[in-house]
Design a binder for this molecule. Sequence first.
Ligand code: PGA
Length: 252
Amino acid sequence: MRRKIVAGNWKMNGSKDLVSNLVGQVRSELASFDNGVEAVIIPPALFVGDVVEQAGEKLAVGVQNVACWGSGAYTGEISAAMARDCGCGFTLVGHSERRQLFGETDEQVATKVGQALTSGLVAVVCVGETLEERDAGKAEDVVSRQVRKALVDVGSESWRQVVIAYEPVWAIGTGKTATADDAQAMHAAIRDVLMSLGAPADEMSLLYGGSVKADNAAALFAQPDIDGGLIGGASLDANDFVSICRAVPGRS
Ligand code: PGA
């Protein structure tokens, strides 16, 4: 059975006040239903300790990025092992903002995936095409290349720690969401790529991200190959985030 995951990527937003106001509320509301969702909060790394302290058992915590190295003279970097040591279970890898604004390459993404897996984190590997790539009919090629390159070094024992988040770049923070049908088609294509890599594709969780809100989550999560979401803006509001967690179809 695939894990159903809803992860809130706070990006460079939030404060200690937001942590105290939001985490407690999310935690208590999550306790009021059981649809099998695993909710994850991914705050800026400075707040990880505070979130972990308030998260309780039902709420997991992650970081938005990890270093390519395990430790050493890399000023400003944070290793996957440190994130794990501080109570994180997840890390994003290769978010489109890291790729576009910080020049992160497919090779670096693969290295970071390796660091995450060896440290015992779940790597949420983000992939997605730009609008130009979609308009040129290249969306599937681009996403398939990103998936293959990110996972090139994953050993057979680690597949279960890999989650893919499909986030079309044109849908991030824009209010434009892929239609449920388009998102489903890309998720099915990603599952085929995973299968071709020898991964247990049917058991792996694939998340959709890009302007997921309380009012469109249910239609997306109802798709057979969409196992949850990666949520940006809407994860900064406790009510919206919990509504999205509730939109995961219940266990059958
Ligand atoms: P958004 O961001 O929900 O604000 O579009 C999603 C993401 O970048 O992970």
